[in-house]
Design a protein around this ligand. Structure first.
Ligand SMILES: Cc1cc2nc3c(=O)[nH]c(=O)nc-3n(C[C@H](O)[C@H](O)[C@H](O)COP(=O)(O)O)c2cc1C
Length: 190
C-alpha cells in the first residue's frame, strides 16, 4: 500500500466482525509499533494483547462508567449517543502501557515528562497504519481512567495505561471525518 493511501485511507472503525485474527498478523502490528521513534531510544512502551471476553467486558464496563461520568461533568448531550459496544465486539485489543521514566531530557524541563507519551503515540499510530495496510480496521480508545485500567490489566502503579487499540475485520466501511484545511493550521515563519 502506498504511504499516502495508508495515511489518508485510515479511518476509526467502531464496527467489527467476530472473526479471530491470526497471531502472525498481531505480531506484524506489534513489530510496526516498536519501530516508532522514542526519546533517547527509551522505547517506553509495553503491549497487552487482549482476546479474553471477560477482560473485554471489564474494559467495556469501565468505558460505560467513564461515559456516564463525562456526560455529567461536561453536559455534552451527544455523549448519550456514543455506543462503546465495539469494545465487546472487537476480536483483539492491544493495550499500550507506558513507562513514564522512559522520557527524554524533558524530565528536567518546565512542562515535565511528555516524551514518553509522544513516543507511545507514535507507536500507536504505527499500529493503526499497519492494521489499515493489512486490510483490517482499528480505533484508538482512551475513554477509561488509569487506575481501574491498571487493575483490569494487572499493571504496576508506576506504569501508565495510555490507550487501547481495538482491531479486527471491519463489519462496515467507516465514513471519512473531514479535516480543516492547511490554511487554518499552518504558519510559515519565512
Ligand atoms: C488520543 C486519541 C484518543 C481517542 N480516543 C477515542 C475514544 O476513547 N473512543 C473513540 O471511539 N475514539 C477515540 N479516538 C478516535 C477519534 O475519535 C478519531 O480519530 C477522530 O474522530 C477522527 O476520525 P478518524 O480516525 O476516522 O480520522 C481517539 C483518537 C485519539 C488520537
Amino acid at each position: 500500500m502506498e504511504l499516502e493511501e495508508a495515511i489518508k485511507g485510515r479511518r476509526s472503525c467502531r464496527d467489527f466482525l467476530p472473526d479471530p485474527i491470526p497471531e502472525e498478523t498481531i505480531e506484524k502490528i506489534l513489530e510496526a509499533a516498536i519501530w516508532a521513534p522514542s526519546p533517547l531510544n527509551s522505547q517506553p512502551w509495553s503491549f497487552y494483547v487482549i482476546t479474553n471476553d471477560e477482560i473485554k467486558r471489564k474494559i467495556f464496563d469501565e468505558t460505560v462508567r467513564c461515559k456516564e461520568w463525562a456526560r455529567e461533568v461536561s453536559g455534552w448531550k451527544w455523549l448519550g449517543g456514543y455506543d462503546p459496544g465495539f469494545l465487546k465486539q472487537a476480536p483483539v485489543m492491544i493495550a499500550v502501557v507506558a513507562n513514564p521514566k522512559g522520557t527524554g531530557v524533558d524530565m528536567f524541563q518546565e512542562e515535565g515528562n511528555m516524551g514518553y507519551i509522544q513516543a507511545c503515540a507514535a507507536a500507536i499510530q504505527n499500529m493503526h497504519l499497519a492494521i489499515h495496510a493489512l486490510g483490517l480496521g482499528s480505533v484508538w480508545v482512551t475513554f477509561f481512567d488509569k487506575q481501574p485500567m491498571r487493575e483490569i490489566l494487572g499493571v504496576d502503579k508506576n506504569r501508565v495505561p495510555l490507550a487501547i487499540v481495538c482491531l479486527g475485520k471491519k463489519a462496515s466501511e467507516p465514513a471519512a471525518v473531514p479535516r480543516k484545511g492547511l490554511d487554518k493550521k499552518v504558519t510559515y515563519l519565512r
